[in-house]
Write a protein that binds this ligand. Structure first.
Ligand code: F3S
Length: 68
């Protein structure tokens, strides 16, 4: 089974800074108001690296991850 990391955005914390979907556009997108939405689990090395960057670059610490 492929290991995958599922990101979650806490909508109460997200302020729409947009760094997550800039550094990991294959994991996150933005809604009509600029808040983050998760579009995919991180499974490829590129997605996992992007997710790591998104987590460390979110000023609100709104992104959490669970590996399964
Ligand atoms: Fe929101 Fe953080 Fe992304 S504030 S838009 S989850 S960088």
């Amino acid at each position: 089974m492929t290991e995958r990391t599922r990101p979650t955005v806490d909508r109460a914390l997200c302020k729409g800074h947009g760094r997550c979907y800039m550094v990991a556009p294959d994991v996150f997108d933005c809604d009509d108001e600029g808040f983050a939405v998760v579009t995919d689990d991180a499974t490829t090395p590129e997605q996992i690296a992007g997710l790591d960057r998104a987590v460390s670059n979110c000023p609100e610490q709104a992104i959490s991850t669970a590996t399964r």
